[in-house]
Design a protein around this ligand. Sequence first.
Ligand code: NOJ
Ligand code: NOJ
Length: 709
Amino acid sequence: MQRIPRALAIAIVLACPILHAPALHSQDFKKQVIYQVVTDRFYDGDTTNDNPAESPGLFDSTHTNWQAYWGGDLAGIQQQLSYIKGMGATAIWVSPVVNNENLNCTSSGISAPYHGYWARDFMNIEEHFGDNTNSFTAFNSLVTAMHADNMKIIVDEANNHSNPDNCGEMGSLYNNGTFMAAANNDPNGYFHHNPDISNYNDRYQLQYYTLEDLTDLNQENATIDAYLKSAASQLQSHSVDAFRLDAVKDVTWGWEYSFANSVYNNAPSFLFGEWDQTNTSDPLYPDSYKFANNSGISLLDFPLNTAIRDVFASNNNFSEIDSTINTENANFTYPNDLVTFFDSQDESRLLTINDNQNRLQEAMAFLLTGRGVPIVFYGDEQYLFNNTNGGNDPYNRVWMSSFSTSTNAYKIITKLAALRAANDAVGYGAWKQRWINNDVYIYERQFFNDVVLVAINKNDTTSYPVSGLDTALPAGTYADYLSGLQSGNSLTVTAGSGGNNPANNYTIAPHSVSVWQYQVNATTPEVGSIGPRIGQPGMTVTIAGDGFGSTTGSVLFGTTAATIKSWSNTSVTFTVPSVTNGAYNVQLRNSGGTATNTIAFTVLTAKLIPVTLTVDNANPTNTGDYIYVTGNTVELGNWGTTFQTAIGPMLDPNYPNWFLNVSLPAGQTVQFKFIDIQANGNVIWENGSNHMYTVPTSGTGSLTVNWQY
Ligand code: NOJ
Ligand code: NOJ
């Protein structure tokens, strides 16, 4: 094994950041740092759009009415790009940019869609954020500037709904200015017309009922299916790199597979969805990782969000974080693609729970060295918060009143963003707890020979002796990568170069974070990422990592080689070969034929079409039993008969009839059966021969059959 001495490795990193700059593919965000901006609350770059003619009277220049527009806009983000880039963020998640509800939604005061989640027209840009013609001009300008700075733009996309059904425009939806429907005027069935969701553990209610009065789009309607997919496609044509998908738990789950496939067919992208849940004991937690593992849509890491807030703000024990990560790492196929955060537009800020800047900085250091793609919520680096009404929405959506680059939080983010870019262990590495007590957490990230060891003591006053610490760092003395910014120290590893090397005993200081790292350039292929993770033959896919060599090698699906489109030492792009649909462990070989590891990829049969399958008069079920569909392609679970492998559970608002929207391969004749998976795991198959269905090549499909007794 060739090793670069640590001092030299650090010198190389410092001297030539370009050499180690992240690959920055839109298919792979693992080495990136996302900065989340609520556009209206960030910076007013264009005062001419503050009170636009299309929707006058919704603006409050005094920033005292928290439900009004305050003036932030796309031009403002562009004017603050050097501030954001200087922090080390490589991507910006902007709140929804589309044209929103124009009318006031309250009779007393102002209730305006400054947050962006009340769309009226998905095909153009909100006048408060761009200009009064709803043009893409300001948006294009921002994206061009960001791309020139090698930054990625993530747009928030809310496929679940238009705007409220009980005020203002009453849910009105437009297609680039042409009226389509409203909650009270919907002859073509573009919306569901059901009550508000009351049981957030009920799969049918979640997908088909109304989320907090927001007029619920019917994704199975062919017009709405095409509308939502072309809205995303249009944003991609304006060079959007990735999407944060709003409320994915409330949108028709099966349809979302086809949405993801549509996005990936257009261009390389990264998708992550808001599957709101508290922790890994949530009743629908198994549905969440089934969705993430099979849809190609990664998720915001809500269980870890809870654990970080509990531990750093509410002073719970570190075991809560440790067990959450271990559980999720066992359940998610791609845990490093989970998108991690501790603050957001939907919860009180950490500093509201505990006004302790050290704790915020420790949580930030944890997030940026932790597993998953980290999000910094705008303003946290300036310690902004407002405690009115418990600091909850809207008081968490503070005005960005300062842009100082000298706060400790800003500096810590800058340092650790550079580490994430430079050392593959952070983005691609495994997770290992090395030492833990209620206040201290020492964890290690490792990707082949790259190692990052992080030690946190969250106690504000107590130090602890640390003894018996082992690490994969080779023998040597390691300076704190944070240079003491959070009271860190150096560490000496006394012997060894294998996986368990003893470190000297030391005392961990109060409210401290130390980061020690070791990095080598790979000499054989080390695969850390694949994106997208699912697709049909012909789709463009990128594998990232290190040590691929400069000469083209091969990428194998079983024994079939993919056609290579580009090859570099850290990134290889290819098209999915024509192989049988199913799960593959893809192998990348260098030009000498050497491979080291494989990475999971799902080959679809063909592009996906949403189809609603209904089985009437199904086998009677008892509590805890559910009907599923299983069939002869990967899209139908390849005859799987368990919760995680069959397709479902189906939904039974009309029991004993069950239905489910499933994304199926276009133009293919598929075979399937309905099964009853009982609470104890027993499986009852329907009789007779397999059902057959030829999937349409475009639009949407549906089929209703009787259970075969
Ligand atoms: C979740 C978003 O994060 C939240 O801010 C929004 O209000 C709802 N979805 C509805 O779109
Ligand atoms: C077993 C089922 O009993 C049968 O009906 C189905 O066709 C096959 N699985 C598919 O392999």
